[in-house]
Design a binder for this molecule. Structure first.
Ligand code: PLP
Length: 223
């Protein structure tokens, strides 16, 4: 049985390999270890193996698991990759370092409001619904330009880049390409895209952050 340390090492190796074989001159993509549905013992093993960037998709679960982990590892970067309700915003803003799921004007306004009162930096990514799937969060692709301009210009939000989750079926490549094109058009550098099944493709299309759960930790407890 490979250990978590083995999984992490081989994952980092294949990220490096995909990066070396990408024709884009991007920086080495960073691994966001998606620890949702994983217990603290597994997360600790991952921390002990050297991983420092983690993603969680539910504020409540993260608030239960991470404060004690962060005490042992203060240099951890925690990224919210799931939906954020405005009533959870304050809690999320105090725990997370990056909100990857800024997906609507109401949340953007609330973020801009809370930003000056935070005691630590908080960066954001805008989530784009590249497949325009009705059940999926994210700003529709055709509205993304206006929304990005609004967040950067009017609200002066610290937007690092864009995030997407392509439709579960079909080729994700065109969605990654679309996200990259959108980011480039607005001078944004961070592209969070690619999960266990498609991170190598995402890297070929310029991902700067890949979000990998299952391929690193194994199966997780369902929500
Ligand atoms: C769960 C999740 C992931 C990781 O998915 P895996 O297939 O387990 O790698 C990545 N991104 C988001 C937004 C997720 O919710």
């Amino acid at each position: 049985m490979p250990t978590l340390r083995d999984n992490l090492a081989s994952l980092c190796k294949s990220i490096k390999y995909a990066h070396e074989n990408s024709i884009l001159s991007q920086t080495l993509p960073l691994l966001t270890a998606v620890s949702k549905g994983q217990d603290s013992a597994k997360i600790r093993a991952c921390l002990e193996a050297g991983q420092r960037i983690f993603g969680e998709n539910r504020v409540q679960e993260a608030v239960e698991k991470w404060p004690s982990l962060k005490q042992s590892y203060p240099d951890v970067e925690l990224r919210l990759i799931g939906p954020l309700q405005t009533n959870k915003l304050k809690e999320a803003a105090n725990l997370f370092d990056v909100i990857e799921t800024l997906d609507r004007a109401k949340l953007a306004v609330a973020l801009a409001d809370i930003m000056p009162r935070l005691h630590k930096p908080l960066r954001c990514l805008i989530q784009v619904n590249t497949g325009n799937e009705p059940q999926k969060a994210g700003i529709a692709a055709q509205e993304a330009g206006d929304f990005i301009r609004y967040c950067l210009g009017e609200l002066r939000l610290p937007i690092d880049g864009l995030m997407c989750m392509p439709p579960a079926v079909g080729n994700p490549a065109q969605h990654f390409a679309l996200l990259r094109e959108l980011a480039a058009r607005h001078g944004l550098n961070t592209l969070s895209m690619g999960m266990s099944g498609d991170y190598e493709t995402a890297i070929r299309f310029g991902a700067t952050h890949v979000r990998v759960g299952t391929a690193l930790f194994g199966a997780r407890t369902p929500l």
